[in-house]
Design a protein around this ligand. Structure first.
Ligand code: GSH
Length: 256
């Protein structure tokens, strides 16, 4: 529900209302964060008309969808049929988009591209970016590292045979474990909460981590973080948020 307050549009978010009033859904600190932020803004995307254009896969759109579901933000999840693997658009479809690629978020008619940019944009509006600029940048760093890890696993995802995939998985695991996974494990172990990457609250870096390793596992059928219990804890914490748990259980079953 949107209402006007001191000339600004204030939004009393439906999720906030229900979580505040009904213990059935649980009261989350996020509700209050969202409420506080939105009371001082007149261009919140949570009041906007949001459309997300992508293919009918999780892919690069999934962290955006997760952040929007976390915030209880209504959006139109437009899914075009997958044009092959890896997806390649026809020239005429490419012409529909500024950079010839998706995901594309359309916010009150205005387009925004680049999956990390879009995810970060909505994360900021959903209380998932720390106010401290250093901690906010740390979230960016961790998301970028997670993307490096995903890129490292891509050859296994596109391997022509199962045998080749197995060989590649062994090689990539040997390389990425000490360089990336063990470092994340140490960071989380040394944190005050033991279940968040940055500070003691959920941030978009946590949500992106849950997305990244869920996605890699889906693509290569191998649990990359099976020996990293603290990383598992972060991911479980994300997937235990009621709206994300529901999304995971009900999202469309897709090949990637
Ligand atoms: N850096 C971009 C992002 O993160 O959004 C990459 C976008 C991208 O590669 N999109 C692919 C695409 O639109 C789908 S995953 N492919 C169609 C094509 O290039 O023809």
């Amino acid at each position: 529900a949107c209402t006007r307050l001191n000339g600004n549009i204030a939004l009393v978010h439906p999720v906030t209302v229900s979580t505040t009033l009904s213990p059935r859904f649980g009261i989350t600190p996020l509700s209050f964060t969202i409420q506080r932020r939105l009371l001082s803004t007149n261009n919140s995307p949570l009041c906007a008309n949001i459309k997300l254009d992508y293919f009918n896969i999780r892919g690069l759109a999934e962290p955006i969808r997760m952040v929007l579901h976390y915030g209880g933000v209504k959006f139109e999840d437009v899914r075009s049929p997958l044009p092959g693997w890896p997806p390649k658009m026809s020239e005429s479809d490419k012409d529909k988009y500024r950079w010839g690629q998706v995901p594309c978020a359309v916010i009150d008619g205005k387009e925004l591209y680049q999956s990390a940019t879009i995810t970060r944009y909505f994360a900021g509006q959903c209380g998932l970016i720390p106010a401290d600029p250093y901690l906010a940048a740390l979230c960016d760093e961790y998301v970028d590292v997670q993307r490096d890890i995903m890129i490292a696993w891509a050859p296994a995802a596109f391997a022509p045979t199962a045998a080749k995939k197995r060989l590649l998985c062994d090689d990539i695991y040997r390389l990425t474990k000490p360089r990336f996974l063990d470092v994340f494990e140490k960071i989380i172990k040394g944190s005050s909460s033991g279940k968040h990457l940055v500070g003691d609250k959920m941030t978009w870096a946590d949500i992106h981590m849950a997305y990244a390793f869920d996605h890699v596992e889906k693509l290569i059928e191998f649990d990359v973080i099976k020996d990293h219990p603290s990383m598992k804890k972060v991911c479980e914490t994300v997937w235990n948020v009621p709206s994300l748990k529901k999304w995971k259980e009900t999202r469309p079953e897709t090949p990637a």
